[in-house]
Design a protein around this ligand. Sequence first.
Ligand code: GLU
Length: 457
Amino acid sequence: MTVTVRFAPSPTGYIHIGNTRTALFNWLFALKNGGRFVLRFDDTDVERSKSEYAEAIATDLDWLGVKPDRVEHQSKRFAVYDAAVEKLKSAGLLYPCYETTEELERRRKLRLTRRLPPIYGREALKQTDAERTAFEAEGRKAHWRFLLPNFKDDPFSPVRTEVHWDDLVRGPQTVDLASMSDPVLVREDGTYLYTLPSVADDIDMGISHIIRGDDHVTNTGAQIALFQALGAEPPEFGHHNLLTTISGEGLSKRSGSLSVGSLREAGYEPMAVASLAVLIGSSENVIAAADMQVLAEHFDPAATSKSSAKFDPAELDTLNRALVHTLDFEAVRGRLAALGIEGESAEAFWIAVRGNLGRVSDASLWWKIVNEGVHSTPDLSEEDIAFVRQAFDFLPPEPWDRQTWKIWTDAVKEASGRKGKTLFMPLRLALTGLSSGPELADLLPLFGREGTLGRRP
Ligand code: GLU
């Protein structure tokens, strides 16, 4: 069997780090198993779905390194769903209901007061054709429910009907079909709710594994029944824990919080975002994986915790920093050029500064310091100023290399008697304007002798 997975976002907003987790779980699962990845836009809700969101989602996934083998839009596949509806209707498994929302709510309350589970009592099944015709004549339109197989002979006496599956993430799961209402698959206006198009497409596209958030666990019971009703073998399922903000709130598409686009614009590396999105909330160590292959080696759905996990932006900073420190010049050449960092010295500059950067874009500050000199007046005492001024007299002649810093400071140490921090800190402050930064041994050849002399206080 070819492993085929799908990521099925609704294009009603931008994807956030939590959706990224779902996409990447699927992507890495396919990668590990030599499988295929389908990006399937769940856009049957034509009112709320927007093509600009679908495009943004595709861009975000591409940036993360997720390259779908197939892209589909549910809004173009109604023929598949209509055929599934016909199949269910002819099997007597999809029945029309004419209740209004108010009627349903009234009944629900009544059941609660009678201490019955607040599920749909299948009253519509009792209606006669004449009653249905009368409703239609009144202008009422039917919505359609799927008859769950949770009874023996009498649909009005549901019995405990366990659906089991061995979840890729959560292990053995059980859902009782008698504890839920027959799901509405088609609305009054003929539009589809998510369930039927999802299952019909999963069948049609040969989806072998459905990996998604654990907010879908209960749906899975009814969906397994629907797969069977449509004559298909249900796929395997995996439900991962959801991510929350650091204060424990759920992530929302609408709030734009932690959207992939905003993380990209903030200058984070895609693999830092991907590593955190996949590895938090699992017993695996959170590492900054250099590429998807490495991340795939650390990805183990079964190691994922069952409770929600907090997404901490500070952790993203740590991972990003670790990744930036290892990036080759070739990997960042284009991005540096876009920041105006190019030319002969660009590579040596990158190697000199990368170990001090949180984000690639932070290189701009150091490019300015190297090429334009210090921006802020160094905070030096009178005594230190006098010391630094004198130190500049000991600058060796060019050519300069990594040794120049040692040769120079050895000479200054000898002449001044200063050592350690009292020797180096005033020089660092005078040369860069900052109390920390890249190794001065690396920076000095980039400043050049003239550039260095220009920093004399
Ligand atoms: N559009 C659904 C969601 O984002 C898809 C769920 C599924 O993967 O089946 O929740």
